[in-house]
Design a protein around this ligand. Structure first.
Ligand SMILES: [Zn+2]
Length: 433
């Protein structure tokens, strides 16, 4: 079966293409990208035409940072519901963090995740293995076994690696298997039992504080260890101005460090917490206007390579409580695209740059041949209606959880058709309005 995506604005950050083009798909691969009308199938009868006039045609998005909660907390999210949420958000691949129950620190858990993902048969699921056994920060996990089972990176995300010697060994050991080490950069002793960013707003609200230096110190440590070891370091959810500047400096020295920022960190400031919405309780915390500007600048100048959701589902049991007791995290797969498109409207990113941070850049960081539209590539393609406006309604999310602070926001830009391996995994036409 062939598909012709006709007359859309094709944006392919890897090649720099931004033009009205057709995209031809044969089987599970892209077979051609060319000017309108230039691609003809041998027999018209077998070609399904997807009209894309007025739409953007882009590589399927790749999320470097998703929490799927299965195994262990299926009441929050499953691999199936997380995959459905991802597809509805325009993603065709997601990297799932290892802080499940049990932790993904061995091939049995990785195998389980991949089996469940294959059953769902929606987005590609790339498991991330743990840095340390049980994410206890004491003994390294078996990276060879994990890599062979299919992990694309290692991380103790959710937990900081407090032991610097262990982090050094992780960066050395992961190199043997060509795996990036993803750092959740947080000095636990400084973060303490804080629940929000330290600043004027926390003083006014009387909530316990997490200083931005808790992040800066660990970013400095991990970049220094990457310098020493030559390992590949990726900093998760960059949120502070100081951390952005550190990554910028280490990159300028040629150190192998990459970084991601979340839509909530480039959209919100801690002033939003005035309403005590526990959906705004995230780790790292939403920070000051100065930090927000630094994140946006870091995205603009390339210091921050990727946009990642840190999709962290929690049920009302964890969130419908006092701020101090609420769990950290918000969901993000179904709002990442329109929040990213706001950066274009704000003049911070051009369209190709914005799409690149969701596609070709994350693909490069985890070393997979995805995130581009070229003949021979897997046909992972997302069609976006950039003008579609909608009001965020968490009750219509595919995710099993509802913990989004963007409920009620009017946003613009939506994935309308999503293909993985040439197969439609999401279509807005199937929506019951
Ligand atoms: Zn984290």
């Amino acid at each position: 079966m062939s598909k012709l995506i006709r007359g859309g604005r094709v944006l392919d950050p890897a090649s720099g293409l931004d033009d009205l083009h057709d995209v031809f798909i044969e089987g599970d691969k892209i077979s051609g990208v060319g000017p309108p009308g230039s691609l003809q199938a041998t027999s018209d009868a077998s070609v399904e035409v997807i009209e894309a006039a007025g739409l953007w045609v882009v590589p399927g998005f790749i999320d470097l940072h998703t929490h799927l909660r299965e195994p262990g907390e299926e009441y929050k999210e499953t691999i199936l519901t997380g995959s459905q949420a991802a597809a509805a958000g325009g993603f065709t691949a997601i990297c799932c963090m290892p802080n499940t129950k049990p932790v993904n620190d061995n091939s049995a858990v990785t195998d389980f995740i991949l089996r469940r993902a294959a059953e769902a048969d929606l987005v590609r699921v790339f498991p991330v293995g743990a840095i340390s056994k049980g994410q206890q920060g004491e003994v390294l996990a078996e990276y060879g076994e994990l890599k062979e089972a299919g992990v694309v990176a290692v991380s103790d995300d959710g937990q900081a690696v407090t032991n610097s010697q262990l982090m050094r060994r992780a960066l050395e050991y992961a190199q043997v298997f060509d795996l990036p080490v993803i750092s959740h950069a947080e000095d636990r002793t400084l973060a303490g039992d804080g629940v929000m960013n330290e600043g004027v707003v926390s003083t006014r609200l009387g909530l316990r504080e997490i200083p931005s230096v808790a992040e800066d110190i660990m970013v400095f440590r991990d970049c220094s260890l990457a310098t020493l070891t030559g390992g590949r370091l990726h900093i998760a959810h960059l949120s502070s101005a100081g951390a952005v500047e550190l990554v910028r400096q280490f990159k300028a020295r040629g150190v192998q460090v990459t970084a991601e920022a979340t839509p909530h960190h480039f959209t919100l400031t801690d002033e939003a917490l005035e309403n005590f919405d526990t959906n705004l309780k995230v780790n790292p915390p939403i920070r000051s206007p100065v930090d927000l500007a630094a994140i946006q600048q870091g995205l603009a100048d390339g210091t921050i390579d990727a946009i990642a959701t840190d999709h962290a589902p929690h049920s009302t049991i964890e969130k419908d409580v006092e701020f101090d007791y609420a769990a950290f995290g918000m969901i993000g797969l179904e709002t990442a695209l329109p929040l990213t498109l706001r950066l274009i409207d704000q003049g911070i990113l051009g369209p190709l740059e914005a799409i690149g941070k969701l596609t070709s850049n994350p693909a490069r960081i985890i070393g997979v041949d995805l995130g581009r539209l070229a003949p021979g590539c897997p046909a992972d393609v997302t069609l976006i209606d950039p003008k579609r406006t909608f009001t965020v309604d968490v009750n219509r999310f595919r995710s099993k959880s509802r913990n989004s602070p963007f409920h009620g926001w009017d946003l613009k830009g939506k994935a309308v058709i999503v293909l993985r391996d040439g197969k439609v995994i999401f279509s807005d036409e199937n929506e019951s309005a």
